[in-house]
Ligand binder design. Sequence first.
Ligand SMILES: *Cc1c(COP(=O)(O)O)cnc(C)c1O
Length: 390
Amino acid sequence: MQTARRIQQLPPYLFAEIDKKIAKAKAAGVDIISFGMGDPDRPTPRHIIERLQSAAEEAWTHRYPSYEGMLAFREAVADWYRQNRGVELDPVSEIVALIGSKEGLAHISLCYVDPGDINLVPDPGYPAYSTGTLFAGGKSFKMPLLEQNGFLPDLAAIPSDIAKQAKLMFLNYPNNPTGAVAPKEFYQDVVAFAREYDIIVCHDAAYSEVAFDGYRPLSFLEIDGAKEVGVEFHSLSKTYNMTGWRLGWAAGNAQVIEALARVKGNIDSGVFSAVQLAGIEALRGPQDSIDAMQEVYKERRDLMIEGLRELGWRIDKPKATIYVWAPVPNGYTSTQFAAKLLDRTGVVVTPGNGYGEYGEGYVRISLCVEKERIQEALQRLKNAGIRYSE
Ligand SMILES: *Cc1c(COP(=O)(O)O)cnc(C)c1O
């Protein structure tokens, strides 16, 4: 059975070697501490769970949902944008519900990319941007996210013949995996660039509510002209610890939303209505769980960064996201360093090259681990003599 080229062309799975080592260590009884998964470990807030329970008792929710998302959910999203970011959206034409934002990010290329077309994709980056591009028959032009540029793409470095051909530009701030955030001027440059070259901007805002120290990430849609050139993908996954629930949305340019809804209408049949009702409760109900969530990650971040600094790392505290993006000591590749950590300490981190070639030289440390275990992991590093050196 010959698989299609689009599957054969998927990038190699770079974690196979590490996964094998983890399985072996586990079998040998090693107490593994994994900072690998970007998946909130705390439960979904109680009132949201209870709304799912009551909603599931309403028999009408058992039938096919409306493909574009129930109007009440899209209205809740519109109100959320107005209250939280001062952005006005028409719930009917400018918002579509998604089965998690990954679904929309993977499908958007089917709307605009013909075989051979180009998308501008951040590297390192969330894999759905490039695999969605690949599945549509397109090619990714990599925009390197470099430390010296604050992990923002250098728009001026994109050749104009590439920019002229490009269909979509994917962006993601606060950023997975680097933890970087984007200032207003950057987004303004993006809007001007997108206008000049007729590019659709797809901004992934999955971490917009996971921010610390009073920092408030911008929505792309807050920028003048943004709605003319793009859409924002959002999700309840990280904001409310709801990764397993599969509920998100895309919002912004009405033509793009319409195209995405059309593709989706031919592939999936929308989100379980009871989950959408729970999503309305999440967006409209008490928001104190967000403060608590931010406090949990902030404490973990501080503990991790301060511990790494004691071991020689010179890294700043990320203003947002659930990740620490740490350079690997001199003399190691990302994979070699991750393997050494695992072998010597039972601590799992993700090699940065798994997010693209420009992730080489880093590892991603997820903060979805309790403080006591972070402390334990840092102690193990110290005991094993693992330090950062340039
Ligand atoms: C977690 C994450 C998402 C959210 O995915 P869902 O499908 O909404 O659960 C989107 N983008 C990035 C970069 C993420 O890390």
